[in-house]
Design a protein around this ligand. Structure first.
Ligand code: NDP
Length: 479
């Protein structure tokens, strides 16, 4: 069994008190690795190492040199793709093809931010004729990154990749349920020549290592992706140190299907948007809003597909893998029990593959229809393979329902009417709207983030690079 170590100041080190956490495979519940249970002292050492790098070797590099390192890291990730994908599927339970897609996106994030590093310009502002005003973009300093377990590699790429490109030195706390690929990326970063301390990784419990990181006075900016509840704690901790945060906190995203939609095109997306990663996706399309005239036909078609879905062992390329851990499995099962107790109609349910190991955290995908907009299942993020469908009569009602939750992360609109697609798309209070597609292309290049309970700030795309920098204005009197 592998015993992993933290990466602090370029060295592999155990937790300061030697404590470890067991790593269980979601596919069968078996112990297969151990990671350090990082302490507040480990976080402190990592922040100090990052500060030393920020004031030393790391800040001596030009933007081009930082970019070249990220591009080298992209190549190293690609060369290590099979290993990273297998590790992710074992650790997190996602089907191998999805882990491979995450590796591809990770490499692309490093390439994107590596090539963008020296293209982030400041500006010159016209002011008094006797003065020259230059505004330069500068890094925040030492950034803290709390990474969740659902897309560890992708979220590392978009968050840490952008922060490093912007010149920050970083401290990363991965989720205890998905730390292994993050530690592997740390090893690759060292191999390609990142200076010691530019990237530090401390694994451990959120309430210990995570809380210590977000409260540390040496952190200048925090990027958090996870639950709204933890997001509130992170933002509160950041406020005490007067530092900024980006929060990406999930969603209850709607796919709006109008009666002129190309259903053949829509149907695979309507199902896949909730099945991908077992529904443990912040931007999962977890609500279908369907125009009343086609409600029954669309529900029947989605139900037909749902009945064939099977949750199974990640290495056997199932439709979906197990939930990440037992707590997440229980959480989804509780939502299902509650919905059934409330008398919601199950339109269709998939199953668990007959060869899925008995100790794994599998949940059968379930589709409820019709479901009232006010019901718990329509309002709360389940973070599992649970889909609901609600009918609507006209455009105004569709917009009201789509925007009618506390969240605001993503939306899908399916219609052949070009004017309506723009009108409805622009009425969505979300960070990303997809018209006649959903989540197309993964979106390394596309700004991403939410409104309301989905959080604030933007990651991904060039916007993400800007987010990990701030400005310094130079006012020079010359006359
Ligand atoms: P959390 O928000 O608790 O976990 C996300 C990250 O925050 C993990 O790295 C976690 O570490 C860390 N963390 C936990 N507590 C603290 C803390 N006090 N201070 C700083 N960091 C902390 O989510 P859960 O894993 O508990 O999942 C619960 C629910 O959250 C899910 O069912 C889902 O609804 C939502 N979620 C949303 C995600 C998204 O992409 N928007 C991602 C993950 C979850 P550790 O794992 O070690 O506790």
């Amino acid at each position: 069994m592998t015993l992993h170590k933290n990466l602090i100041g370029g060295r592999d080190v155990p937790a300061s008190d030697g404590a470890v956490l067991d790593v269980l495979s979601p596919a069968d519940g078996q112990l297969f690795a151990r990671i350090p249970s990082g302490t507040a002292e480990d976080i402190d050492a990592a922040v100090k190492a990052a500060r030393a790098a920020f004031e030393g070797a790391w800040s001596k590099l030009t933007a081009t040199e930082r970019g070249r390192l990220l591009i080298k890291l992209a190549a190293a990730v690609e060369a290590d793709a099979d290993h990273l994908a297998a590790l992710e599927s074992r650790d997190n339970g996602k089907p191998l093809r999805q882990s491979r897609a995450d590796v591809t996106a990770l490499a692309r994030y490093f390439e994107y931010y590596g090539t963008a590093a020296d293209k982030l310009h400041g500006e010159v502002i016209p002011y008094l004729n006797t003065h020259f005003i230059g505004v330069e973009r500068v890094p925040h300093g030492v950034t803290g990154h709390i990474i969740p377990w659902n897309y560890p590699m992708q979220i590392f790429g978009r968050s840490v990749g952008a922060a490093l490109a912007g010149g920050n030195a970083t401290v990363v706390k991965p989720a205890e349920d998905a730390s292994l690929t993050i530690l592997r990326i740390g090893a690759l970063a060292r191999e390609v020549g990142f200076p010691d301390g530019a990237l530090n990784i401390v694994t451990g419990l959120g309430r210990t290592a995570g809380a210590a990181l977000t409260a540390h006075p040496g952190i200048d900016f925090i990027s958090f992706t996870g639950s709204p509840e933890t997001g509130t704690m992170v933002q509160t901790a950041a406020a005490k140190n007067h530092v900024g945060v980006t929060l990406e906190l999930g969603g209850k995203s709607a796919q709006v299907v109008f009666d002129d939609a190309d259903l053949e095109r829509a149907l695979p997306s309507l199902v896949n948007a909730i099945i991908q990663n077992g529904g443990q996706t912040c931007s999962a399309g977890s609500r279908l809003l369907i125009q009343r005239g086609i409600f029954k036909d669309v529900v029947d078609a989605v139900a037909e597909r749902f009945r064939t879905l099977r949750a199974g062992h990640p290495e056997r390329e199932p439709d979906l893998g197990p939930m990440v851990n037992q707590a997440q499995q229980r959480r989804v099962e509780k939502y299902l029990e509650r919905a059934k107790n409330e008398g919601l109609t199950v339109a269709a349910a998939g199953g668990i593959a007959s060869d899925a190991p008995s100790g794994g955290y599998y949940v059968a995908p379930t589709f409820f229809a019709p479901v009232a907009h006010e019901s718990v299942l329509s309002q709360e993020e389940v973070f599992g393979p649970v889909l609901v469908a609600t009918p609507f009569d006209d455009e105004a009602e569709a917009i009201r329902l789509a925007n009618g939750t506390a969240y605001g992360l993503a939306a899908g609109v399916w219609t052949r009417d070009a004017m309506r697609s723009t009108r409805v798309g622009r009425a969505m209070r979300v960070g990303q709207v997809f018209v006649n597609c959903y989540g197309a292309g993964g979106g390394v290049e596309l700004p991403f983030g939410g409104f309301g309970r989905s959080g604030h700030g933007r990651e991904k795309g060039f916007e993400g690079l800007v987010e990990f920098t701030t400005t310094r204005t130079l006012v020079i009197a010359h006359g």
